[in-house]
Ligand binder design. Structure first.
Ligand code: NAD
Length: 427
């Protein structure tokens, strides 16, 4: 089976590389010529464990990248659409990129002989595939779904930082199908993957993705709210989470209180579902609270510091960790952005360090902050240290001697560093 992937970002490149590693012939199409060139040189355009070694093994054999969508689509049996679906300022999903990608695929299908299957892997609001993307595909291709081509939804659940491993060993494979044939093709494609397969209609598949992400977001805001209450009472919220986790109905995952969730998925997906639900005539008050708690949580850490040292203006502050979580250089919606902006607003002098996200940070903050080349350099001159991403290298109490530390993630075990030297956002 020949595969085309439209959009070679975190999801598209990992999907394409993963499928190529299982022996499929894969063409990646992306409008970003620089990204395409890097991939063709077997270089990963972003930090993701295990990705570059796979590119080195597969590029030039059964994996390649191109800027020509037409070229990738006309030779493919299945076409995965993996472009970004950000949200607009009001939270509603922005379909600009996926409509452009679908239009290019439609135009390519016009001249293609024989059947192909178009699969929406990007996260889209329930109803989008059937009501927006399918009609667009029919219009731009001049062909008919069911007769000339087929469409399916196959949401992706990989986690950045473990994306390759997650793609190759998924917890489940969800297939949204209009007719059995398209689901059968996807089942065949994933036949070597050891995971339960759930086959549903298009809208249900789209909703499973949102419900999953929004549930995780809710769990994080929930434990953060418990953490905020625990801090008022002097209770260790991590002990509380441990106690909760011993209940078999409550899994221990996503119960780490801290400065909240970021990244390219949970914030935008929660906002998009809220916006869509309102459009459908429902006020999702729980989900609105999830967003509110999460918006405020990073600022709480700055507040904790301000309460502790009174004045942040002209104080030298080291910010350790910029990526939205360890294992990635992704800074989309990272709590570090809110924290640094708030520190700057209060007049602090910020030096930042992250093991892999420095280039992205420079693109966001430019000359507003200083950049250090390692954690030691970042903290050497600082009076205050903010730990924002839980990279393991930051779990080094010796680094913080004589500094006042404010922790947004629980990197230290109790007793590892004295409470007078280190205060957490909700512990
Ligand atoms: P991304 O921004 O990393 O990648 C998108 C890529 O698509 C970019 O390289 C961009 O240049 C390319 N692109 C845009 N328009 C194009 C077009 N018309 N033709 C060809 N290429 C085009 O995005 P991502 O993080 O990989 O997310 C993709 C989708 O997958 C989103 O809907 C996201 O919600 C979903 N998703 C993301 C993750 C994740 O962890 N990043 C996990 C699961 C699902």
């Amino acid at each position: 089976m020949r595969v085309a992937i439209i959009g070679a970002g975190y999801v598209g490149l990992v999907t394409g590389t993963g499928l190529a590693s299982r022996g499929y012939d894969v063409s990646l199409a992306d409008i970003d010529a620089q990204k395409v060139a890097m991939i063709n040189q077997s270089r990963a355009p972003f930090h993701e464990a295990g990705l570059e070694p796979l590119l080195q093994k597969l590029v030039g054999k059964n994996l390649r990248a191109t800027v020509e969508t037409n070229k990738a689509v006309t030779t493919a049996d299945v076409v995965f659409i993996c472009v970004q679906t950000y949200c607009q300022d009001d939270g509603a999903i922005d379909l600009t990129h996926i409509k452009q990608a679908v239009t290019s695929v439609g135009k390519a299908l016009k001249n293609r002989e024989g059947h192909s299957l178009v699969i929406i892997k990007s996260t889209v609001i329930p109803g989008t595939t059937e009501k927006v993307l399918l009609p667009l595909l029919e219009k731009t291709s001049g062909k008919k779904e069911g007769e000339d081509f087929r469409i399916a939804v196959n949401p992706e659940f990989l986690r950045e930082g473990r994306a390759v491993e997650d793609f190759l060993n998924p917890d489940r494979i969800v297939i949204g199908e209009l007719e059995n044939d398209s689901g059968d093709v996807l089942c065949q494609l994933y036949q070597d993957f050891n995971a339960p397969v759930l086959r549903v209609d298009l809208m249900t598949a789209e909703m499973i993705k949102y419900a999953s992400n929004v549930f995780l977001a809710t769990k994080i805001s929930f434990i953060n709210e418990i953490g905020n209450i625990c801090k008022k009472l002097g209770i260790d919220t991590y002990k509380v989470a441990q106690g909760m986790s011993l209940d078999s109905r409550i899994s221990p995952h996503f119960l780490s209180a801290g400065i909240g969730f970021g990244g390219s998925c949970l914030p935008k997906d929660t906002k998009a579902l809220v916006s869509a639900a309102q459009e459908w005539g429902y006020q999702p008050s729980l989900l609105q609270s999830v967003i509110k708690v999460n918006d405020e949580q990073p600022l709480r850490l700055v507040e904790v510091a301000a309460n502790s040292v009174r004045e942040l203006s002209q104080r030298k502050v080291a910010v350790l960790g910029l990526a939205f979580k360890p294992g990635t250089d992704d800074m989309r919606d990272a709590p570090a952005i809110k924290i640094i902006n708030e520190l700057l607003r209060r007049g602090a002098l910020v030096t930042a360090y992250d093991p892999v996200a420095m280039d992205n940070a420079r693109g966001i903050f430019g000359k507003q902050i200083e950049y250090a080349s390692n954690a030691e350099d970042a903290v050497s001159d600082a009076e205050l240290v903010f730990i924002v991403t839980e990279w393991t290298e930051f779990n080094n109490p010796a680094l913080y001697r004589g500094k006042k530390v404010f922790c947004g993630r629980r990197v230290f075990s109790p007793g590892q560093i004295s409470n007078s030297d280190c205060e957490g956002v909700c512990w």
